[in-house]
Ligand binder design. Structure first.
Ligand code: NDP
Ligand code: 8X3
Length: 247
């Protein structure tokens, strides 16, 4: 049985990924700040299949402690799913809150690179895999995307760069770049369930399960195959968006 380490498993894509992986025979380290959500996953899927690691990814000492205290086979990580992340705010750059920007940089960039660096030696030893959840926001910008878009461009590109460095090690590396997925993402971004419901209304957006199934597919490909990047959108979203101002 192989072991996955899924960051941000208390909601959305990460939670669905843990379910999909465990149902397919993996054991998972599931991380997040909300202990009760991780405990519920353990109750649902079994303590032999899910190890809860409760920590804030921005706290490096807590990250180290979580890695050092992985029990038994949970310590032998074959797959890192770099998923924990968030957007905060949709204000234009000239009005944005610097604290929101710092939170996105600390979570989506700094924590992701630290987590990756710390697990890399074991992943190389086991010829494992890294799957990172970037975003279409890293490929096509939109108003108010500013630092979130920049952080996801970093995630998309850092993941491709890892592939270059890991060439020859047998470690597979994939950047998964979704468009609109209805999770808690927009509630977190706007602070409003109403705003979130309004954004997704009538769109038929992707679900956490859609992305989890893509992650599972990538994770279980034969070892000679590497998906470099995979961009997904709901049919009702597209990337055309040039804007002009007159006058
Ligand atoms: P959710 O808000 O539903 O889930 C986010 C997860 O990240 C939660 O488990 C949350 O855990 C965790 N997380 C956030 N901040 C921290 C932190 N400081 N420490 C530890 N864990 C943290 O959103 P999604 O499932 O949609 O998002 C998952 C990833 O997918 C993100 O990287 C997001 O940028 C990306 N993405 C999302 C898209 C979408 O449309 N939803 C599209 C493209 C990419 P907790 O709060 O318990 O700590
Ligand atoms: C989240 C997708 O399109 O809301 O990364 O930026 S989007």
């Amino acid at each position: 049985m192989k072991t996955a380490f899924v960051t941000g498993a208390t909601a959305g894509i990460g939670e669905a990924t843990v379910r999909a992986l465990v149902k397919s025979g993996w054991r998972c380290v599931a991380t997040g700040r909300r202990k009760e959500r991780l405990d519920a996953l353990v109750s649902e899927l079994g303590a032999d299949k899910v190890h809860p690691a409760v920590f804030d990814v921005r706290d490096e000492a807590a990250m180290d402690e979580a890695i050092a205290s992985l029990p038994g086979d949970f310590a032998n990580v074959d797959l890192l799913v770099n998923n924990a992340g968030l957007a905060q705010g949709l204000s234009p750059a000239q009005k944005a809150d610097l604290a929101d920007w710092q939170t996105m940089i600390d979570t989506n960039i700094t924590a992701m690179v630290k987590m990756t660096r710390k697990l890399l030696p074991g992943l190389i030893e086991r010829k494992g895999a890294i799957i990172a959840i970037g975003s279409v926001a890293g490929n096509y910008v939109y108003p108010g995307g500013n630092v979130y878009a920049g952080s996801k461009a970093f995630a998309n590109h850092f993941t491709l760069a890892l592939r270059a460095d890991l060439h020859g090690t047998g470690v597979r590396v994939t950047s998964i770049e979704p468009g609109m997925v209805e999770t808690e993402f927009t509630v977190v971004r706007t602070g409003s369930k109403e705003a979130s419901d309004k954004l997704y209304a009538g769109v038929n957006p992707m679900t956490g399960e859609d992305i989890a199934n893509a992650i599972l597919w990538v994770a279980e490909l034969p070892p000679h195959l590497n998906i470099n990047r995979l961009e997904l959108m709901p049919v009702n979203q597209d990337f055309a968006g040039f804007a002009i101002a007159r006058g």
